[in-house]
Design a protein around this ligand. Sequence first.
Ligand code: PMP
Length: 391
Amino acid sequence: MDIFEKCERFTLADQLRNEGIYPYFHALETRQDVEVIMEGKRRIMLGSNNYLGLTTEPTVVEAGIKALEKYGSGCSGSRFLNGTLRMHLELESELAAFVNMEEAVTFSTGFQSNLGIISAIVGRNDYVVCDRENHASIYDGCQLSFGKMVRYKHNDMEDLERILKKIPETAGILIVTDGVFSMGGDIAKLPEICKLAEQYGARVMVDDAHGLGVIGEGGRGTASYFGLEDKVDIIMGTFSKSLASLGGYMAASHTVCDYVRHNSRPFIFSASIPPACCAVALTALRHLKAHPELPERLNALSAHARKDLRDAGLKIRESETPIVPIYTYTMENTLIKAKEVYEAGVYVNPVLPPATAPNECLLRTSYMATLTEDLIDEAVGVIAKVLLSNE
Ligand code: PMP
């Protein structure tokens, strides 16, 4: 059999292109901002994870340029060997202090962080217990580990307990959950998760990709939001969202971080974050520390958007975060509406199976602290007009 046969059979993307409703890989001609030029036309950006709008913050951009000039374009090696800059260490220690953990370890991307943390920590006789709506990189981290992966129903604590009960007492257990769920925007039930973890001798890891800079005291994330920093064992996060860069991290105790530093293959055998990205993440973190009003503004604008969407008569998936999904139900309707909204000047992301149940497809809108109420009103007006028309 020709190994490329599956590629020949994969015709869906071409089919959608031919129908004019293919929603991916639209090219931007400007920077990631609240308004962008995409394929020659102005679009209001309601599909970015640039929650604090720091990709265009002058001090952040300047720090990137300076680092590029001072340290060159790349590190050409792993953190383990020649690829550690003093700046990586500064970033790690300031980040650990920010999220109230002993130490932090940075990885080249957020995706790689999950691969690297889970595969190092979850060994042959261990169990990793995941929320069903966890991010793909968590699933892949589980696959890369030698342990057994078990999933519980989304944010369903009875189901989590049912699973924990069945795991042999002799096995190590890591419960992994998104802090803020990336597609639904809802928050993990961390108090209950931590309680169950204590009861069943499990450890807790939170993926705070969408929590850092967004919820908790001054944007310190999900553990801080619940006041549970001393109950969460590992916080994972990314620099590609609120911190306007590229890269990822884990924050945990010295022992856990040191184990990962010396045993995680995606960490050891991959080049470190380049100087410009490292400087951007560090400066963005300092900016966040100096501006605790930014997450507050972000949350106020998100609440404004939610109200606008509800008042317009749209059915949204309830959340308390800047991720506000709107139900569009079938895949076909979602693709058609995404295209129409895009043509009318607003960028949103369609969410399709397997990221949702088959007839619960969504348009995921997300908000930035640098948006204005006027821009949000304009965008919601466009979305409502498209979604509520039945032609
Ligand atoms: N975890 C979650 C919950 C995410 O949403 C993402 C990115 N979408 C990642 C991890 C991966 O992060 P990165 O894009 O920085 O690799």
